[in-house]
Design a protein. Structure first.
Length: 269
């Protein structure tokens, strides 16, 4: 019976789509705030450029992409109908064989949404060697296996998230960008492998309105002792304080105040 069960599972799995078998999908995720997604067009541009590179061999215009998948304000109407929800747009091939030069009808769009709250507590991070090299293509692909594996390893060690490092340099967290306070400005790591999140752009907008800077530069692990106010930044949870990285502990009192101001600027409390 055991052999039969395994055989049936194997046969069934071969009918799955290429997005399931190979992780061949492209996505973006976002939060609707009172029926509006901050920097929505950046999300659409992100998936357009990624799809155009991987699926369409740079043959598609942005107008063609929007007209085919999001005509008549389809997405905006859905976002307005479900305020304060998480949205994920996933593009994937409906073909069973690799085409590598797809047409629009070969690529499906799946829109998922659900009610989502904000993380209230601070996170602890464990540093981990990044699985991505400087030649990594910064495409938001559906295959998050390496990210989830790093997070799982961190959880096994008593932490809540993984912090990727390239040797002595810090790059990003497994599913977020990271920001630190240094003096009177904020810094975020600069590295070729980093996928710059839209949440980071939203946070930069917030800082600029208050006359503060977000500086991109190389950040080294040896600086963890002197850096202040570390945050995780993404477009769903927005801003999450960090109270520990490896053996370094951080006071989150100032972080909590800044987070409150940031959320209020977006219409959240």
């Amino acid at each position: 019976m055991l052999f039969l069960f395994l055989y049936q599972c194997y046969i069934g799995s071969m009918h799955a789509s290429r997005s399931v078998l190979l992780g061949e999908s492209i996505f973006t995720s976002m939060r609707s705030i009172k029926g509006v997604v901050p920097r929505l067009e950046d999300h659409l541009l992100r998936v357009f450029h990624s799809c155009n590179q991987y699926f369409f061999n740079h043959r598609l215009s942005y107008d063609q992409f929007i007209k085919f998948y999001f005509s008549h304000g389809r997405l905006e109407k859905l976002i307005q109908a479900y305020p304060d929800h998480y949205f994920r747009l996933t593009f994937f091939s409906n073909s069973k064989t690799p085409l590598f030069k797809y047409g629009l009808s070969d690529i499906d769009l799946n829109i998922q949404y659900k009610k989502v709250g904000l993380s209230l507590g601070a996170k602890s991070l464990m540093s981990s060697e990044s699985p991505f090299s400087q030649n990594y293509h910064p495409i938001k692909s559906g295959s998050y296996f390496q990210h989830m594996l790093a997070r799982s390893n961190a959880i096994d060690q008593g932490y809540e998230e993984a912090l990727f490092c390239d040797g002595k340099r810090i790059t990003e967290a497994a599913t977020s960008n990271i920001v630190f306070k240094m003096g009177d400005h904020f810094i975020t790591p600069a590295h070729p492998s980093i996928l710059k999140g839209i949440g980071l752009k939203i946070f930069k907008d917030f800082l600029e309105k208050r006359g503060m800077d977000l500086v991109e530069r190389e950040v080294y692990k040896k600086e963890l002792r002197s850096l202040k106010q570390p945050f995780l930044v993404n477009s769903v949870q927005l801003l999450t304080a960090i109270d520990r990285i490896d053996n370094f502990h951080y006071d989150i009192s100032e972080s909590s105040l800044l987070r409150t101001q940031f959320l209020e600027s977006l219409g959240l409390k």
